[in-house]
Write a protein that binds this ligand. Sequence first.
Ligand code: SAM
Length: 473
Amino acid sequence: MVKYDVHSMKAEEFINDEEIRSTLEYANEHKDDIALIDKIIRKARDRKGLSHREASVLLACEDPDKISEIYDLAEQIKKDFYGNRIVLFAPLYLSNYCVNGCLYCPYHLKNKHIPRKKLTQEEVAREVIALQDMGHKRLAIESGEDPVNNPIEYILDCIRTIYSIRHKNGAIRRVNVNIAATTVENYRKLKDAGIGTYILFQETYNKKNYEILHPTGPKHDYAYHTEAMDRAMEGGIDDVGVGVLFGLDNYAYEFAALLMHAEHLEAVHGVGPHTISVPRVKPADDINPDDFDNSLSDEMFCRIAACIRIAVPYTGMIISTRETPKVREKIIRLGVSQISGGSRTSVGGYAEAERPHDTEQFDVSDNRTLDEVVNWLMRAGYIPSFCTACYREGRTGDRFMELCKSGQIQNCCHPNALMTLKEFLIDYASEDTVRLGEAMIDREINNIPAEKVREIVRDRLVKIAAGERDFRF
Ligand code: SAM
């Protein structure tokens, strides 16, 4: 029998099926144990996080009063560590060539009725200009896995192109990368190319189901995929983003395993994941989410987010346009720190006037423009942030976590959010968004704790209005 070992470098030992099953049993046995639940909530209040076992008990709890306590605590922890800022980004699809057979993804090799497309560097530049014209500063590049059509050199070329484009006042200042599991050597190349976070979704942690859902292609190898973050860190990337594609397997199983993955990265590399994404399976070209039989209610989806927030308080959480504005509004409150906006999930989609559907990876449920998303966030009391400062100032991995833990984030991220919002207002926003944004900046500047920082920000806001760009702390 394979034994659970958080320090092991073998997938089946640090994501251990038996440990997950016994965690779920324990959670189920104690889901009505109010004394234990209170004790776990008390521990979570210390902001030190929870183990996968403790967090699983909270997720299983059905007591309405305790659930509302969990929601309140998640909201409070989010406020303490992330304030009322929400960082914005957009996905950029480079290529839908793919040699894998993933049953939930329309890019799978056997799908013969979608056009296959790979952006040339000129097309990448066109997409980037369109994204800059919306106001984006941070991208997540996405690609299918195809060593012939999309080798690492192609991805590196695209990253170079993206960083090189300067259109009007536009610039992409952070490129996160969501490509298939690869080698330490390739991760090192990505690091050298100046990427932000390396993102890879586990899809499902359940090995048996993983192998069924990935019947063919290199992605079939569960261990290679699950151990990818260890290789990425070995290659020098210290901001990694994990995630589960909820809907493929039992959510409680995925939740426990996701936290075990975070515990493993922390135990071995001294730093947990930078972000956790919570995508849900969506309809797409030849994909029907009902085929997977594990869909979860919006309510449970939000509860998962709240439990993640209190289990790993320092880890960013990402929600994409797979979710509707209604779900996004609810879940943001519970701990999300980053959202995508104005997204197009097709290859070459941004340069088109109308949203194209032929090469879409999934149906987008939030079709608003970036300006509309920014406007909506401010009306809900959030500061839309286009900040990309941390990794450019060397605050990655444990150095970012230190900033979080020291409470200095309010003297750093908060002013950066206000200054990048100001840039957005001047360069890209509609009249109504400008009005809301200027009022928000006036108000929020008073929430910078250090007087000296407040003064510097006031001065820089004047300089931004006069045409200077890219100030950061
Ligand atoms: N090809 C890369 C890989 O294999 O990891 C990553 C890029 S893929 C474009 C990004 C993610 O989209 C996948 O990891 C998967 O979780 C998600 N995805 C695929 N099909 C989806 C669907 N039908 N609905 C929602 N998300 C989907």
